[in-house]
Design a protein around this ligand. Structure first.
Ligand code: NAP
Length: 337
């Protein structure tokens, strides 16, 4: 019996809070090889806001229901699906559009399963940010135990996962933020050092690391922030840019590239998933990160959860700076319409 469920839909690009609509859609029953998932949690990420403003690196067809990641439980099972039982908790495939209450997907496209006792909100954030942190730490520079890594926007979810992964593997982090008063937050995470961004960043980083070389810099901000991070890495060091939170192009002066041989690389998870990972790579990386989430080694703070019907409020909240964590849709917190 097909069901009806709420979804956040966008029929045009623009300010997300202005163009988001709540719709009630028909959810088809699962066919052969398919399952229907009741989506329990789906985060709002900066990339979603950029996508809805029409500023992201992919063209999307409209109307669309956004949400590239989520977790949920199996609500219905089609013929020829042996792997799942009703109530099993799974990762929602990226194409499903997770800002909705229900989705019918191919069972074979589910990348990870979670224990029933696991926290659905933490599970829902497996797809994008943990592999981004993990791949940037492991695919560019051969870090040795005790090596220093610097990152900006360090209190972001990616930043939190990056600190937790560095602790797990024995690397040290110097964490750059744009506001004061974050010492307790970083102490709880087990970060090695926290510094405020600004023109004298290099000096503050030297003090924080005792002058030890910084091997890798990870930049989510771009603009002049890229050059400030570049000035902190060692000669021949690497800067990876993976975000554009400032909205500016990366500044990379010849002082760094020519006279110190610092390289600027870019990382985009979508490209890794589509172009330079095998199915085996993806399974390995997601199995490892899934275990770390289930064991509580990886965790991202959440400031608030919202039902689908309060999407505009949720989007406005997600767009605000100075948050203490992610904004996440909790689609099962309201009954199906
Ligand atoms: N390339 C990839 O494949 C990939 C994959 C995943 C994520 N990302 C990118 O990673 C970044 C972090 O994502 P997230 O989901 O972890 O973010 P998040 O948890 O939503 O946190 C947002 C962070 O951005 C900071 N911020 C916002 N505007 C800023 C600005 N103008 N200058 C400096 N900092 C600013 C915030 O600082 P305050 O707390 O001070 O407001 C906060 O730390 C985003 O740029 C996202 O697009 C890229």
């Amino acid at each position: 019996m097909p069901s009806r469920a709420r979804a956040v839909q966008f029929a045009r690009f623009g300010e997300p809070t202005e163009v988001a609509e709540i719709v009630v859609e028909d959810v088809r029953d699962p066919g052969p090889g398919e399952v229907t998932i009741d989506i329990e949690a789906a985060a709002i990420n900066p990339s979603h806001l950029l996508t809805l403003q029409g500023k992201y690196g992919i063209d999307f067809e409209l109307p669309m229901v956004p949400g590239s990641e989520g977790a949920g439980t199996i609500a219905a099972i089609g013929p020829a699906v042996a792997r799942y039982r009703l109530g099993d908790r799974v990762l929602v495939p990226a194409y499903a559009g997770s800002w909705r209450q229900r989705a019918t997907v191919k069972a074979a496209d589910i990348l990870a399963d979670f224990p029933r006792a696991a926290d659905p909100v933490q599970c829902s954030m497996l797809l994008a940010n943990p592999p981004t942190a993990y791949l940037m730490l492991t695919r560019y520079v051969d870090l040795k135990p005790g090596d220093w890594v610097i990152q900006n926007a360090a209190n972001s979810a990616v930043g939190q996962y990056l600190i937790q992964l560095c602790r797990h593997y024995g690397w040290r982090t110097v964490n750059v933020v744009r506001r004061k008063g974050m010492e307790d937050f970083f102490a709880r995470l087990g970060a090695d050092a926290v510094v405020e961004d600004g023109p004298d960043l290099t000096d503050r980083v030297k003090t924080a690391t005792g002058g030890a070389p910084v091997r890798l810099a990870i930049d989510a901000v771009a603009g002049a922030a890229t050059a400030r991070l570049a000035a902190c890495v060692e000669k021949h060091g690497t800067v990876i840019n993976y975000g554009m939170l400032s909205g500016e192009p990366c500044h990379m002066p010849p002082r760094e590239t020519v006279f110190r041989n610092v390289s600027l690389r870019g990382f985009w998870l979508t490209m890794w998933l589509r172009e330079y990972s095998t199915r085996h790579d993806r399974e390995q990386v997601y199995a490892l990160l899934r275990d770390l989430i289930v064991r509580g080694v990886l965790h991202a703070d959440v400031e608030a959860t919202y039902p689908i019907s309060r999407a505009r409020e949720a989007l406005a909240h997600a767009a605000r700076g100075g948050r203490a964590g992610k904004i996440v849709f909790a689609p099962q917190s309201e009954a199906l319409p």
